[in-house]
Design a protein around this ligand. Structure first.
Ligand SMILES: Cc1cc2nc3c(=O)[nH]c(=O)nc-3n(C[C@H](O)[C@H](O)[C@H](O)COP(=O)(O)OP(=O)(O)OC[C@H]3O[C@@H](n4cnc5c(N)ncnc54)[C@H](O)[C@@H]3O)c2cc1C
Length: 283
């Protein structure tokens, strides 16, 4: 029989997780849908569930100098209202679901669910987010790219939990989050784009682009970005064809109920081109 446990403390949660049989439930906005049962009956879980929603010690946003620390249970609405949260992440979160889901949904849950179309994950790639992952008696820190390995797949073991998300502080001159969905709210991305650039005296000092829903995980090509650091705006823009060519092997969308590969591909390349050609102007 499946166990349902609500730990009173984070330490107790780690104790339960060490049994290796539990699935963490935070906001439940992915898990409840995935395990839904007949109408008006409770969700049917196939494995033990550890409800962590009452662990207040995991709900915080702290400025720690070089980085912003976000406790794993911090919901989207709280993040949206916090002044230290980067604007591009706020722009992204405003496009996630609707107010009801945002009141309980978490970035940690978005990571744990590891959908190729996860909007929060896309923006966390852009921001070089690091995750503090703990289990009873040990902790590790990992770049988000190294945690998500495929659709619904992460490197998290059954004993581990994401405790905190760390966002290194960076000042960009322009950021953009763009999502194409079937409607304005409560829509899963057909394609999504997050971009950031820092330009000083006409020279590109930082350039980042991340694309979602066009491959099994987020596509961010750090080597391509780095190639253009130190170039003038016009030098980067003159290279738009070679930049787009570099993405060709990585933009491999699928056909599904939401869209098709031809449309997704076209939109993804348009998003890259539009960001590069307008990176020096304000939207
Ligand atoms: C109507 C609706 C609209 C939606 N719209 C969007 C959208 O626009 N964009 C989008 O990206 N998503 C969307 N979602 C999906 C969902 O809301 C998000 O993925 C949300 O961030 C999940 O967070 P949660 O806390 O509810 O996760 P949960 O459902 O609690 O958990 C999801 C997964 O993460 C794991 N997990 C949760 N917390 C932790 C932790 N601390 N450590 C380790 N693993 C953990 C769980 O075990 C589970 O595997 C939508 C969902 C619904 C129902």
């Amino acid at each position: 029989m499946v166990k349902h446990v609500i730990p009173k403390t984070y330490e107790e949660a780690l104790d339960h997780l060490s049994e290796g049989t539990f699935k963490v439930l935070a906001g439940g906005t992915d898990l409840m849908v995935k395990n839904r049962s007949w109408s008006e009956t409770p969700a049917r879980f196939k494995q033990d569930i550890l409800y962590i929603h009452n662990l207040e010690e995991l709900r915080y946003i702290e400025d720690r100098g070089d980085y912003l620390a976000i406790g794993a249970l911090t919901d989207y609405e709280t993040l949206l209202r916090h002044e230290a949260v980067p604007q591009v992440l706020k722009d992204c979160m405003l496009e996630i679901a609707g107010p009801g889901i945002r009141k309980v949904g978490t970035l940690a849950g978005n990571i744990g669910n590891a959908s190729p179309a996860a909007d929060g994950v896309l923006t966390l790639y852009l921001l070089d987010a690091k995750l503090v992952i703990e289990q009873k008696g040990s902790a590790r820190e990992a770049l988000i790219d190294d945690v998500i390995v495929g659709p619904g797949k992460t490197t998290l073991s059954n004993e581990e939990i994401i405790k905190e998300i760390r966002l290194p502080k960076t000042r960009f001159t322009k950021t953009r989050f763009l999502k194409v969905g079937g409607r304005k709210a409560d829509a899963i991305s057909k394609v999504a784009f997050a971009g950031a650039v820092t330009i000083e005296d006409g020279v590109v000092k930082d350039l980042r682009m991340a694309l979602g829903a066009i491959n099994v995980t987020v596509v961010r090509l750090r080597d391509v970005e780095k190639r253009h650091i130190g170039e003038t705006i016009s030098a980067v823009q003159d290279n738009i064809v070679s930049i787009k060519n570099a993405y060709v092997p990585h933009i491999k969308p699928i056909d599904d109920q939401r869209s098709n590969r031809v449309y997704r591909k076209r939109v993804a390349f348009n998003m890259i081109e539009d960001f590069i050609t307008t990176m020096h102007t304000q939207d």
